[in-house]
Design a protein around this ligand. Structure first.
Ligand SMILES: O=C(O)CCC(=O)C(=O)O
Ligand SMILES: [Fe+2]
Length: 244
């Protein structure tokens, strides 16, 4: 029989082992549905997308990746090639401007930005900012990025948009390190956030022009049931503020 004293001792000895690092206690990690303010205006909401919504997004992205503009590695003005593969909706982004046609790919007009995705964007803002969420949010472009295990994205600002409306970021598939920095430099201070399948990240207000990037993807860390066969998908919704 185990008396109260023995139970107390066994608890103490477990803690001793944990303190030695042999049996680490669980770390306090992201909790699904609980938003974390990473910086003023930047909010990480883990597990926001249901598996059904993630699957819908994956299916839709698979279609968009087929055309009219194919998923491709963006070529930078200096000749460098981005390791992520990208396709856009609504407006085509090429470094460093938006156009309706993908002049650096095949000249085709990009697929339209669907109303259901704009509605998800408004839901996302309400989920992270509450009442302060802008019900008039009207994203008109999305950048769809696909990361294989070796792909990265260097620290950059999203600054080709004329609108100051927030960027809404949705992630599906493998987990990654999302580095969220400051508005002045590519360096510190920054916060490394782990983005998992289904996570929402919004940056607006004082954080809208913060440097951010993806230094690492963790292959084989996706949740099942989304339809992803490996890799990481990230979709950012933005308002370009451009006419027509
Ligand atoms: O993949 C991500 O989480 C970020 C993507 C991004 O920063 C961008 O497309 O501008
Ligand atoms: Fe970005």
């Amino acid at each position: 029989m185990t008396g109260p004293q023995e139970r107390q001792e066994s608890r103490e000895s477990r803690e001793d082992i944990a303190a030695d690092g042999l049996f680490p206690l669980p770390q306090q990690g992201p909790v699904p549905g609980v938003p974390v303010e990473v910086a003023p205006g930047a909010v990480h909401l883990p597990g926001w997308l249901s598996v059904e919504r993630q699957r819908r997004l994956v299916d839709a992205c698979r279609e968009w990746a087929r055309g009219p503009v194919p998923l491709r590695h963006t070529v930078l003005p200096g000749g460098g090639v981005m390791s992520v593969r990208t396709v856009c909706l609504g407006w085509h982004w090429q470094p460093y401007r938006y156009s309706r046609t993908a002049d650096d790919v095949n000249g085709a007009r990009v697929a339209p930005f669907p109303p259901w995705l704009a509605a998800w964007g408004r839901e996302a803002l309400a989920a992270v900012y509450g009442e302060a969420g802008d019900s008039a949010y009207a994203p008109d472009t999305a950048l769809i990025n696909f990361y294989d295990g070796a792909a990265r994205m260097g620290l950059h600002q999203d600054r080709e948009e004329r609108s100051s409306a927030p960027v809404v970021s949705l992630s599906v598939g493998d987990r990654c390190v999302f580095r969220f920095g400051n508005t002045r430099t590519r360096g510190r201070p920054y916060t490394d956030v782990e983005l998992a399948s289904g996570d929402l990240f919004v940056f607006g207000g004082a954080a809208r022009l913060a440097y951010h990037g993806v230094p690492k993807v963790y292959p084989g860390t996706a949740v099942p049931g989304t339809g992803m066969r490996g890799g990481r998908l990230n979709i950012t919704l933005r308002e370009t503020g451009l006419p027509g």
